[in-house]
Write a protein that binds this ligand. Structure first.
Ligand SMILES: [Zn+2]
Length: 404
């Protein structure tokens, strides 16, 4: 916390010295000040239970579920207990003729809830999870869907260590905890499917359950309990990414929608991050194969032209010149087509040495919202987690909500 004026001055001096080493950063350092304002409370908007629904398995023929003690099995149509049993390590929930079977026994319910004893946990595919597990038939795919019902704050214990390195500074971990909490509430308040709010993968937020929890990240969740970022009274779409390469992206260029707090801004703190720079080479043949496979082009590539850069240096459009003409494709779409871990960002240059096409770029991820390696840099420079959030989501309000 920054309660003394002298500490603020020291930080600003240090920041100004640092800014001379990082071109383009001085304006930022002069405008931001460490946070000293208490977080105002608001009323929690969501329904009473407060549980988040996380899809652990979206479509499978079988799901291994185990417990160290007896669990109650509920029929979710009647909400009555239909069985009690200990699920040994080799217990499988399977599907046969459109019906759910547990440990070889056909159940009279199309949707079951497994409830462990107090202070006990269920394992799904070998990973332990807090809360309860519901198994039902996915109406879209016909496979089994396994959903973890868990209080939001406990869910975050299993997210933050998978989204940020647990040994990072406390304020960076706290900023991540608030971003993850807000993102979850944003999904719950309008983007959820009928059966679950989000999944456990990079599509939403990586959730590894109980065994992935770390003391430092759980402490960051507890220390920011109920704190969220809001804009116009709504939870913000709190996107985050590894490294922005110096300037965050405008969400409009990446996904088309316009949001004031995701319009892109100077970062100033991630230049020393391990993922600030990248390089990848592909042969022309490899690039052609990938683009042909996705039906983007059908001819031989002659060259790539990069069209339009935004103020942060991200490419807007890529023109693929080929033997029968050209094809224009949005840079964000090109990145996903070639592979987001090959073309790590849309902030890059390209050149050819004849055989190979060499991509050289900055940043890793879509670039929208909070830059994690920037958050690390800010925390190391002495900023509070609320400063970090306001820097990457400009104009948002930080509130504390009460979660049941
Ligand atoms: Zn950054």
């Amino acid at each position: 916390m920054y309660s003394s004026h002298s500490k603020v001055i020291k930080i600003c001096i240090a920041a100004l010295v640092l800014s001379s080493l990082l071109p383009g950063c001085s304006r930022f350092y002069l405008t931001i000040r460490p946070d000293t304002v208490a977080v105002p409370p608001v009323k929690y908007e969501r329904k009473k239970s407060g549980n988040i629904r996380v899809a652990l398995v979206k479509s499978a023929k079988r799901v291994g579920i185990s417990s160290s003690r007896e669990v109650k099995i509920y029929d979710m149509r009647t909400k009555k207990i239909i069985d009690r049993m200990r699920l040994t390590a080799d217990t499988q929930v399977t599907l046969r003729d459109g019906r759910i079977m547990l440990a070889g026994k056909t159940l009279p319910a199309p949707r079951i809830r497994l409830v462990p004893a107090k202070n006990e946990y269920l394992s799904v595919r070998g990973k332990r999870y807090r809360g309860q597990i519901e198994v039902l038939i996915n109406q879209e795919s016909g496979g089994l869907l396994a959903v973890n019902y868990i209080p939001l704050e406990q869910y975050l214990f299993g997210v933050v260590p998978n989204e940020m390195i647990s040994t990072w500074p406390e304020q960076a971990l706290q900023a991540q905890a608030v971003a993850a909490r807000t993102f979850a509430l944003y999904k719950m308040s309008g983007c959820a499917t009928k059966e679950y709010d989000l999944d456990a993968s990079v599509n939403s937020q990586v959730y590894g359950g109980l065994d992935s929890e770390k003391e430092s990240t759980s402490r960051a969740v507890l220390q920011t309990q109920g704190v969220v970022a809001m804009s116009n009274g709504k939870y913000i779409a709190a996107f985050y990414h590894s490294n922005c390469g110096g300037h965050t992206a405008n969400v409009k260029d990446v996904w088309g929608s316009q949001l004031r707090y995701l319009a892109g801004s100077l970062c100033g703190f991630c230049d020393n991050g391990p993922h600030c720079r990248w390089e990848h080479q592909l042969t022309k043949q490899e690039l052609e194969t990938r683009l042909k496979k996705r039906k983007v082009i059908q001819h031989k590539i002659q060259r790539l032209e990069l069209i339009g850069r935004d103020s942060g240096g991200r490419i807007q459009m890529i023109r693929i010149q080929h033997t029968a003409g050209h094809k224009d494709i949005k840079a964000a779409a090109f990145r996903m087509l070639i592979g987001p871990d090959i073309i790590r960002s849309t902030k890059f240059y390209v050149h050819s040495n004849g055989k190979n096409i060499i991509f050289k770029g900055k940043g890793w991820g879509h670039g929208v919202g909070l830059c994690q390696e920037g958050a690390y840099g800010m925390a190391r420079s002495g900023y509070h987690y609320r400063d970090i959030l306001r820097h990457y989501y400009p104009g948002v309000d930080i509130h504390k909500i009460s979660i049941p």
